[in-house]
Structure formats: C-alpha cells, structure tokens
Design a protein around this ligand. Structure first.
Ligand SMILES: Cc1ncc(COP(=O)(O)O)c(C=O)c1O
Length: 475
C-alpha cells in the first residue's frame, strides 16, 4: 500500500471510529446475529487478487458490523467492562504502526523502558508498597498462570522445570487454594501448569462471598496431615460474580506461616485502588508474591493490557528464562529483557497506549471515573433493595450489582426460570446488555458498571427497562 493510499484510508477510518465512538448508542448493544450468519456471507476462499480497501471497508460495514457486540455502548453492563478511550486507541494504532516486538531491550529500548515507567506509575497509583516490579501481560489468565508456575518452581526448587512431573518424585501432590468464587482462570492455570484440577482446593466463602480464612487454614492443615504439599494461595480481590474482596491480611498471615506463594487476582477491582477511598481492597497486599489487575477492564485502556507485579523478578526470570544463542545481546546483564518475565517470546508494545491514557487523562480524571461508576452501582443497588419486587443478592462493594426479580410467591425453580426469561427479553431488545451468574446455587442477574461513556441516565434506563420487562412478564 502506497503512503498516499494509507493516509487516505487512515483518515477515513479514524473518522469512522470517531463517529462510532460518539454514536455507539445507536447500535443494538448485543449483536442480533445468529450462529453462522456472518460466515455465510463471506467467501469460502481467499481472493487470488488483491481487493480495494474501499470494498473491504464496505464489507466491514455491511457484513461484519452486524456481528459486533458493542463493548463501547454505554449500556453494556455485561461480564466486566473492557473499557476504552481515544488516547488508548491512538496508542494502539501507533504501536501497530511501529510494529515493534518488545521481546528484548535491544529490539526497542524505549518499549522496555516505557513499560518499566508506566508499571512504576501504576504501582504508585494503587499505592503498592515498595519492592514490587511490574511487567505488562496480555491477560489476567496468563499472569495467573505465570504465578502458579512460579509457585510450583519455588516449592520444588525448580525441579519440575527441570524434570517435569518426575521432579515431584517422593512428595505428595502440590495444592492450590482459592475461593469457591475465584475466577475459572485459576482452575485453568492449575490444569495447564500440571497441578491438576483435583488439586485446586475451593475454600468456602463467608456471608459476603469472600474467602473464609479459617476455612483456608483448616484446609491447609488437613492437606498437610494427609501428606499433600500446599503450594499457593490465589486470593481474589473483586470476584467475577459479585466483586467480593478476599481479606488479604489474614490470608497473608496464613501464607507466611505455611511458606506458601500468595497470588492476588484483582483483574477488575485493582483499578479501584487508585481512589484512596477504595484502597482498602489491597490492605495486606504487602504479603503478596504476585498481583495482577487489568487496565483493560477499568482504566480506559483498550483490550489487551494486564498489569502483573511480582516481588521477586529474579525468581520469575529463572522460572521463565530461555537463553538461546540467537537471543543473546551485549546488554543482557544491564537491562530487562521482558521475554523472560512471562510466557510468550514476542510481545506487543502495550505500554504506549497505557502511557497515552495515564498522561492524557491524568490520575485525577481516572479517579473521578472509578468514583462515578461505583457511585452509580451503589445507587442501582439501593433501588433494588428498596423495591418490593426485586431482591439484592450480594453486597455492592464496588461496581457490580447482583440481584433478581422476586415479586413474591415463587419457589426457587420458578424464580430462576422467570429471571432467565427476564434477562433474555431485556437483552433481545438491544438497548441494554446484562449477564447472569450463580451465587452459591442462586441464579442472579448482574449489572457491572464500567463502560467509558456510561452515565447516570444509562443506568436509570437499564433499571427502567428491567422494570418494564418484569411488568410484561408479570402480565
Ligand atoms: C477475577 C478475574 N480474574 C481473571 C479474569 C480473566 O481475565 P482475562 O480475560 O484478562 O484473562 C477475570 C475476567 O473477568 C476476572 O473477573
């Protein structure tokens, strides 16, 4: 593509994205596409001859866009947000333009040193105690996998790295402790890292759905008595279902007493710690060996960008290091080569978009956004609580509300089926997108507030929509 053509399409595309972001609300937030519908419109074979960008972009608008679920829509309340912003998109574009692979310091010194800087900035923003070192990963799942592998290698003195499963010879199985509300990435990481899913102990939670430290301690003692080898605790700060916060102070004491690795998964909630009022979520974080949170969820940085902090970067590097001749450089002993701080060799230049965001918004504006989202979630929680026909199913410590429609006189099965119908109808309407979860055995509808452009009116509209659909179902 010639520079002139690139320039023209680039300008058009930026115009399109700017309009899209401004008007994301006009699209149905949840795509109405049926399975196979998009694929059926696409040719079965790649073109032999190149096609014009005009035609490709026209096909994008006509064939691909209808299959997009709009994460940028201000009434996207599903899962957790992957929020986004102009500076982040520009940073992403620039990173693509530079085409840098940030695997080694030498392959772009600025990529490594900017990453070191923004991670130090993030640590400062969440008031992380001294002694943590940061690196950007793609996702929280990858960061948690790294943490589990590091825990495994610390407890086995690097013998599994060397000998595989034989490195465990003569010892019992390695055990991971996490709460029954933890994200599935812990279980997945345990499978991939060779612990085995049966060696993940799902510790009971308290009335707030946070890990119960007494149960944790008891489970560890039982395992020790049974000849098993406790290895790692993965605590969750902000569970996926309800943003429950595991108490890090007592969990940290237990980890210390038993010599266990403490990983903290704060994928969504970590960003809230930039607001002093919400910093309590990290009380006790000084005991952690590793921590992950996702600026790509709640810090205006488009997917993907996960902030991973470790206490002992040397151990991380020793666990991950590979040093083939072709990757050696003469600066190796003076710089960070981030290829050894995680799983992939090749690494995107993600620091650029994070830097754009942190500079262009500034800490104060980011704090305002988090404060506003949490305030809106609390308002929503109060509306639910004060209503006769709705029931709040969990506390609302941060930005997520779990609730159900409960007009009275229905048994648990009926409540579940009615709330499923309610959710389907609300989502089918295209104005609002919510998802569900189960809290223990109870089916709950969830509202997670964190989209960049969500304002009070959007939350009010979602509440009105829920009530409107509930009234129709009620006849
Ligand atoms: C607590 C928690 N941990 C981990 C994840 C996985 O995040 P990622 O998609 O970055 O792997 C999520 C996703 O919502 C989450 O809520």
């Amino acid at each position: 593509m010639k520079a002139e053509e690139f320039r023209r399409h680039g300008h058009d595309l930026i115009d399109w994205i700017a309009d899209y972001l401004e008007n994301a609300e006009v699209y149905p937030v949840l795509s109405r596409s049926q399975p196979g519908e998009i694929r059926d419109q696409l040719p079965q074979h790649p073109p032999e001859d190149g096609e014009s960008m005009d035609l490709i972009l026209q096909d994008f608008r006509e064939k691909i866009l209808p299959g997009i679920t709009h994460w940028n829509h201000p009434r996207f309340f599903a899962y957790f947000p992957a929020n986004n912003s102009g500076p982040s998109i520009l940073g992403e574009l620039l990173s693509a333009g530079l085409g840098v692979n940030a695997m080694l310091w030498q392959t772009s010194p600025a990529a490594t040193e900017l990453e070191e800087t923004v991670m130090q900035w993030l640590g400062e923003l969440i008031d992380l105690p001294p002694g943590f070192h940061g690196v950007i990963q793609d996702t929280a799942s990858t960061a948690t996998l790294c943490a589990l592998i590091c825990a495994r290698e610390r407890v086995t003195s690097h013998s599994i790295n060397k000998w595989g499963a034989d490195g465990l010879a003569g010892t019992g199985s390695l055990r991971i402790y996490t709460s029954s509300e933890a994200h599935s990435s812990v279980l997945k990481g345990a499978k991939i890292a060779g612990f085995g899913s049966e060696n993940v102990v799902m510790v009971e939670t308290d009335k707030n759905l946070a890990m119960d430290p007494e149960c944790l301690d008891r489970r560890i003692e039982m395992d020790l008595a049974g000849g098993l080898v406790p290895c790692c605790i993965s605590a969750t700060v902000g569970t996926t279902s309800s943003t429950a916060v595991d108490p890090l102070v007592p969990i940290g004491e237990i980890a210390k007493r038993h010599g266990l690795w403490l990983h903290v998964d704060a994928a969504l909630a970590g960003s809230a710690a930039i607001v002093p009022e919400h910093r309590w979520i990290f009380d006790g974080i000084e005991a952690a060996d590793s921590l992950v949170f996702n600026p790509h969820k709640w810090l205006l940085t488009n997917f993907d960008c996960s902030a991973y902090f470790v206490r002992d970067p040397e151990h991380l590097q020793q666990t991950m290091a590979i040093n083939p001749e072709y990757l050696k450089t003469k600066q190796d002993n003076r710089v960070n080569n981030f290829r050894d701080w995680g799983i992939p060799l090749g690494r995107r230049f993600r620091a650029l978009k994070l830097w754009f965001v942190l500079r262009n918004y500034g800490a104060a504006r980011l704090r305002e956004m988090i404060t506003e989202h949490i305030g809106l979630a609390r308002d929503f929680g109060r509306w639910v609580d004060e209503s006769q026909s709705w029931e709040l199913l969990a506390p609302v410590p941060l930005n997520t509300v779990c609730f159900r429609w409960n007009p009275g006189g229905l048994d648990e099965d009926e409540l579940e089926s009615n709330n499923k119908v309610l959710l389907d109808r609300v989502n089918a309407d295209g104005t609002t997108y919510l998802t569900h979860t189960k809290l223990r055995e109870t089916y709950a509808v969830r509202v997670a507030i964190g989209q960049t452009n969500t304002r009070e009116k959007h939350v009010v509209q979602a509440w009105e929509k829920l009530n409107e659909v509930a009234a129709i179902i009620n006849g």
